[in-house]
Design a protein around this ligand. Structure first.
Ligand code: SIN
Length: 330
């Protein structure tokens, strides 16, 4: 079988399948369905400094091949994560990727320093792209300078051996520009992508379906957008590791992200319908790689960017031998 080990900014993970932030709290709920240590990593729900109840309900709506959420960063606050969730993950032997979110650069810096030197912490994911904040000015990932300010503060306050990944938003004109700003500010890698800003109107009430009006769109509907973003970021910054996510439901979906340039993937929304999805995706990915004769997962990272000729059976020139004039016939 294929060697699934993947390395993200110098940290070795046994395989490239992680949970996605916000879809599995801190892993305890999923652990009743499968052993969370079987995954490459467990990415926790974005945590803020203080406990937070989030936005008003309703805050979830179904969409074609996806869902819209306006949770608004509900969570118990950093103290509970440090006292309860992180020790639980560490005792289990899971590799914890802690996602942090704040309303200011100082919040992020404070969160990073609270996490410093905590056992079990494998990586920090900086959520600068939550679409459900009341002030759109707080979507730091939509502006290169704002993104850079947060990332450099987190990097400064995080232990040197712990990678800092910035989570990017697809709701920008040039995602590579923001990616570069984050890397220049000290990000060791990038999480690509957060949800897309969307909206549903309930035609019975004739009002927005979500109390928060807009929400973040996730699920298979966004997969092509996510693959495109991973592709563009990898093309611009080929040496920067990417944790790819957005609508992954199967092992072949995960493979698309690796081929586009991700070194690992997060499985998110699909766990609401199938809590075992992360380990199923891992098994399917392993099989898909073996079927393709891949010896090491690193051999497929970004492979779709290269000359694909060797992957396709040799055949005649796609234009064929037909004279050009013949091709123009109706
Ligand atoms: C939320 O809690 O509103 C979702 C977080 C996110 O999408 O970053």
């Amino acid at each position: 079988m294929t060697d699934l080990t993947t390395i993200l900014a110098g940290v070795r993970f046994p395989n490239p399948v992680f949970t996605a932030s916000g879809c599995a709290a801190a892993g305890q709920e999923l652990d009743q369905f499968f052993d969370v240590t079987a995954l490459g990593g467990v990415v926790t729900k974005s945590i803020m400094l203080e406990p937070r109840s989030g936005r008003a309900t309703p805050r979830m709506a179904e969409t074609p091949s996806g869902m819209l959420n306006s949770i608004g960063l509900q969570g118990p606050g950093i103290d509970v994560l440090l006292d309860k969730d992180l020790p639980w993950l560490a005792e289990r032997g899971a590799r914890a990727v802690v996602s942090i979110a704040g309303g200011s650069v100082a919040d992020y810096a404070n969160l990073a320093s609270r996490l410093r030197d905590r056992p079990g912490l494998a990586m920090v994911e900086v959520n600068i792209s939550c679409p459900n904040v009341e002030d759109r000015g707080q979507v730091f990932a939509c502006d290169p300078q704002a993104a850079s300010g947060v990332v450099s503060a987190v990097r400064r306050n995080t232990a040197p051996g712990i990678p800092v990944f910035a989570k990017l938003s697809p709701d920008v004109t040039d995602i590579a520009l923001i990616a570069r700003a984050c890397v220049d500010a000290g990000a060791d890698g990038l999480s690509v992508i957060n949800t897309l800003l969307g909206m549903v109107i309930d035609t019975t009430t004739m009002r927005p379906a979500l109390a928060g009006i807009t929400g973040g769109l996730s699920g298979p509907a966004i997969r092509p957008v996510a693959v495109r973003c991973v592709w563009q970021v990898h093309q611009a910054l080929p040496d920067v590791p990417i944790l790819g996510m957005g609508g992954i439901r199967t092992g072949l979906d995960a493979l698309q992200f690796l081929l586009a340039g991700a070194s690992a993937v997060s499985v998110g929304t699909t766990v609401f319908g199938d809590p075992t999805a992360p380990v199923r995706v891992l098994a399917e990915l392993e099989q898909a790689l073996a079927d393709r004769g891949v010896e090491h997962v690193r051999d497929v990272i970004g492979l779709a960017h290269g000359a694909a000729g060797h992957l396709v059976p040799e055949g005649p020139d796609p234009v064929g031998d037909e004279p050009a004039a013949a091709m123009e016939e109706p």
